[in-house]
Write a protein that binds this ligand. Sequence first.
Ligand code: IMP
Ligand code: MG
Length: 182
Amino acid sequence: MDSGIARPLISREEITARTAEMAAEITRDYLDRELVMVGVLKGAFVFLADLARQVELPVEIDFVAVSSYGADTESSGVVKIVKDLDLEIEGKDVLLVEDIVDTGLTLKYLTGMLRERGPSSVEVCALLNKPDARKVDIEVRYCGFDVPPLFVVGYGLDYAERYRQLPYVGVLQEKEGSSGTS
Ligand code: IMP
Ligand code: MG
């Protein structure tokens, strides 16, 4: 086991298989539409790269960055845009791609902000979902895996900027036994 990781939670193989299923679903749903996939930096960069390469449609790709939790694992509830979209999304079909939905605050804010720009649609695709940690209601149209309210890292997700490059999702050692992020 990699140092700092208590145990693996979702293997590389499981992620690969589920990502292919999600990409197939997106390919079916967005046929004849104007798909813009928007990754939420930094956590979604790995998932978006794997997902987008399996969507068999013309697709535009962009990123937004929001203020993160810093070096801690607690949700501050504060969401600030650090990097906005480069693309215009008016009349387009936006698919927000996230690493994990925890309290839902980030996506609540982002979907609201993007809807004000007149896109045809805004949907959410998240690799991971922590339903027990939700504070605000948010619809996750495409969800990879539900996970328990533990702090997880790997496959893009970090703790204090570490572990993003791990090819699997694991439970962080120092958070194991705590209630996670909420
Ligand atoms: P939310 O606004 O509480 O839904 O938080 C979503 C963001 O918090 C995600 O995009 C992650 O960056 C971060 N986050 C939440 N839970 C975890 C976790 O278990 N590991 C790593 N990052 C997390
Ligand atoms: Mg994130």
